[in-house]
Design a protein around this ligand. Structure first.
Ligand code: NAI
Ligand code: MG
Length: 393
């Protein structure tokens, strides 16, 4: 088997804790890889004024596949205060390196699988008669990752020419009396090609993994242009997948339905903002941040990561308490992406066994408040969780 090179970007806080755990699992499953460690995160903002140094971008360009932990972002004033004094007032501006990475490499397809593992005490349950039932959730969210409200085209106090341009739209009459300094505008931009790509990615996944439906989750009845374009393009793409049903839901209704009948949804396709919302909603039904993994796929480069952040309050705890499963599952998604599907299956099967046996549980799975005392209540350490998964491989 050829040896792959994987760019690892542990980043900040618990990113540095969970990423090595995922690599232990990759080693144990027999994945032959060279890992090249790349710099990213707050430390590099402070030292160099750039949280995503060019050398890291070059490594991703060269090797195409990245495994990322998490980064810390802080507000503007803190960012300036923590910047190396030699760099201050030189025009350095903090940008989130993961958002920058998505834009730079056009990682426009974000996949967030939300599957319940049997025996997970964090699984969604539903009241039924006198008892409860636990529906099996198996939903994969395809979130457009680069456009929509997150593309950064926004103003408070828009310049006069922007305001004039906007006022060519008759709906702007409602704001005619508002002074520009009291106007905040964030543009929601969708492009046809991006809508087609996310819809097609969703349908392809449904076909490959046997999902019966693809649901476009937007709000086309109100946000007629952007949501409308996404829905229209999904309808076109759907024609090429005759065996798969296309449903359309509104984001607000979808959030209600996922608390009622989440098991009915297979693949969901959304724009950036609503995809962010609906994927967090589904993640909450299957274990939350300790389980939520994601892929960011572009045409050339792909980066895999847990959804959670750097959880700085737990960074220094030794032994570590955080759940490594989200990152381990992200590593499994990486294996699928590069065609090592059997290894990926073995990893998720091992995670499933550990969860089902229920002997090894991190603090989040026991619904404990995080802190150094969780071990007294029976919580496993991060490393013990990884060891248990490796033992089941
Ligand atoms: P967070 O995801 O770091 O933590 C939120 C909560 O979830 C905390 O209570 C934490 O204890 C818990 N948690 C997170 N990961 C866990 C794990 N693996 N196992 C068990 N519990 C876990 O989000 P928060 O606290 O809002 O942000 C902390 C920093 O992370 C901020 O600087 C933020 O900007 C950054 N962030 C980075 C992201 C990324 O790198 N993609 C995503 C989200 C936040
Ligand atoms: Mg989010």
């Amino acid at each position: 088997m050829a040896i792959r090179t994987i760019v690892t970007m542990p980043g900040d806080g618990i990113g540095k804790t969970v990423l090595p755990e995922a690599i232990r699992v990759l080693d144990a499953v027999g994945f032959a890889a060279d890992y090249v460690r790349a710099d990213i995160g707050w430390e590099f903002w402070c030292k160099e004024g750039n949280a995503l140094p060019d050398r890291t971008i070059k490594l991703l360009e060269q090797h195409k596949v990245g495994l990322f932990g998490a980064i810390t972002s802080k507000p503007k004033d803190k960012a300036q205060a923590e910047l190396d004094p030699a760099l201050r007032d030189k025009g350095f501006q903090y940008f989130s390196p993961i958002v920058t990475m998505r834009q730079l490499f056009d990682l426009d397809i974000c996949i967030r699988p939300c599957k319940s593992f049997a025996g997970n005490p964090l699984n969604f349950i539903r009241r039924k008669g006198d008892g409860f039932e636990e529906p099996k959730v198996d939903t994969v969210i395809f979130r457009q990752n680069t456009e929509c409200l997150y593309c950064g085209v926004e103003w408070t106090n828009p310049p006069a020419d922007v305001r004039q341009a906007l006022e060519t739209h008759r709906k702007m009459k409602a704001f005619a009396a508002v002074p520009s300094e009291d106007l905040a505008i964030s543009l929601r931009i969708f492009t046809r090609v991006a809508c087609q790509r996310i819809a097609r990615a969703g349908f392809e996944h449904a076909r490959q993994y046997g999902y019966k439906s693809v649901t476009v989750c937007e709000k086309p009845n109100v946000i007629r242009e952007t949501s409308g374009m996404m829905e229209a393009e999904a309808k076109q793409v759907a024609k090429e997948y005759p065996g798969i049903a296309l449903w359309s839901t509104n984001i607000d209704a979808q959030m209600m339905w996922l608390t009622k009948n989440p098991e009915d949804y297979g693949v969901i396709v959304s724009g950036n903002m609503f995809g962010d919302i609906v994927s967090d909603g589904f993640a909450g039904l299957v274990g939350g941040l300790g389980f939520a993994c994601s892929a960011n796929l572009g045409r050339e480069v792909a980066v895999f990561e847990p959804t959670h952040g750097s959880a700085p309050k737990y960074e220094k705890l030794s032994p570590s308490i955080v759940n490594p499963i989200a990152t381990i599952l992200a590593a499994g998604m990486m294996l699928d992406h590069i065609g090592e599907n059997a290894m990926s299956k073995r990893i998720s099967a091992a995670v499933a066994k550990v969860v089902e046996k229920g002997k090894v549980r991190t603090y989040d799975m026991l619904r404990l408040t995080g802190g150094p005392d969780v071990f007294k209540s029976g919580a496993a350490t991060t490393q013990q969780m990884t060891d248990a998964i490796i033992a089941e491989l």
